[in-house]
Design a protein around this ligand. Structure first.
Ligand code: MG
Length: 392
């Protein structure tokens, strides 16, 4: 029995992971944590016979303790760390949203525990340091992100040196084809055409920042240069990734978009788990179409590639600024087109440096957030000019 600790169990990935685990005789739940959703967390704990949980939000932890629940509730970031150590999982499924997921990834790897990574920010922000820690601690990082799971499945069948290029597919989000991003509402941005996801990642998909973060994630996971990783827009979301082989072959991973597939592979692979996911009927799908991403309109993808190529702290800055900007957009305090502009301003203000310790990254993340918060006012008050592409 492989025991799984799910961090972020009340979110979209967490709920689907519990569904996957319930379908397998070889998987069990070791522990659960959430950010603020204590009521659902306690329900999940009861359903899975778990007596120890953690809530990252100290207030939510107090509410859970005051609810009369019989188990033990740990609170705050410290509580998440203690949970990882105390429930002795075989694998930590990190489905925390945002750079808050980096700390728990570091703790798990440091303890020599395998990480099934749905928190792409761990690699975007932590980059080389996280990969070096994984190697030093001999603790694997297995991707849960659908494109990276697809790449992982494709690449592992090939001998070293055979894979020349990677291709990440992008749905293009709800605004594919638009060349003006002004006047977009929160509801429009949250309505993703093919994937049903949480709020933050839905907005990142609409700006194409999500694909930018995935580009950086792929660079670290698979060790290819940015020049050797392409992004292609594929609105049907049926091909999740492709690899180009030195002999001219191209291999693709196809399937209906359902996150239980990559979650099951991360927890179960290379063995396959039977899932109630319909096999792909290509004739019924009809057409698979592809186009180049429009990085003039969707500047976040360009900014992410540039930050990745700059390396060092640049992806950390990109991510911190984006998290602040997306939160402001969701709160109605920033127009959609302002997200890229806030990110670009903060990147311009904070040139990349080389981090030598995780502390450098935590400080950098903090500074990026402060600067992004300062930039919000100016950008929201009409500094977004021209075609609304977020480029002044
Ligand atoms: Mg993805």
């Amino acid at each position: 029995m492989k025991r799984v600790l799910i961090l972020g169990s009340t979110g979209s990935i967490g709920e689907q992971a519990l569904d996957v685990i319930s379908r397998s005789d070889e998987l069990g739940v070791a522990g659960l944590s959430a950010s603020t959703g204590w009521e659902r967390l306690l329900e999940q704990a009861n359903e899975n016979g778990i007596g120890l949980v953690a809530l990252a939000d100290a207030g939510a932890a107090r509410s859970a303790r005051g609810s009369g629940w019989k188990g033990e509730v740990l609170g705050g970031e410290e509580g998440i760390r203690e949970l990882i150590a105390r429930c002795e999982p075989d694998v930590v499924l990190n489905a925390i949203v945002g750079s808050a997921g980096l700390g728990p990834t570091i703790v798990a790897l440091s303890e020599g525990i395998e990480v099934a990574l749905a928190n792409k920010e761990s690699l975007v922000v932590g980059g080389e340091l996280v990969m070096a820690l994984s190697e030093a601690a001999e603790a694997r990082i297995v991707p849960v992100d659908s494109e990276h799971s697809a790449l992982h499945q494709l690449i592992r069948a090939e001998p070293v040196g055979a894979v020349e290029r990677l291709v990440l597919t992008a749905s293009g989000g709800p605004f594919r084809g638009r060349t003006d991003l002004r006047g977009i509402s929160r509801e429009q941005a949250l309505a993703h055409p093919t994937w049903d996801m949480g709020g933050k990642i839905s907005i990142d998909s609409a700006t194409l920042m999500n694909k930018g973060l995935e580009l950086i994630e792929a660079h670290h996971l698979f060790g290819l240069a940015y020049d050797d990783i392409d992004v292609v827009v594929h609105p049907q979301s049926l091909i999740h990734a492709l690899i180009h082989i030195v002999d001219g072959s191209t291999l693709a991973h196809l399937g209906h978009p359902d996150m239980r597939v990559p979650i099951a592979y991360a927890l179960h692979g290379p063995d396959r788990l039977e899932l109630p996911v319909e096999a792909l009927d290509l004739a019924a799908a009809g057409e698979l179409t592809f186009e180049h991403p429009d990085t003039d309109t969707f500047a976040c993808l360009r900014l992410a590639r540039e930050a990745g190529e700059a390396g060092g702290t640049a992806p950390c800055v990109l991510n911190g600024a984006n998290e602040v900007a997306v939160e402001a957009f969701l709160a109605g305090a920033l127009p959609f087109a302002g997200i890229a502009e806030v990110v670009e301003r903060v990147l311009d203000a904070m040139p990349a440096t080389v981090p030598t310790h995780f502390e450098d990254l935590f400080r950098c993340d903090e500074e990026a957030r402060v600067r992004a918060t300062e930039a919000l006012g100016a950008v929201a008050s009409g500094a977004v000019s021209g075609n609304g592409r977020g480029v002044t």
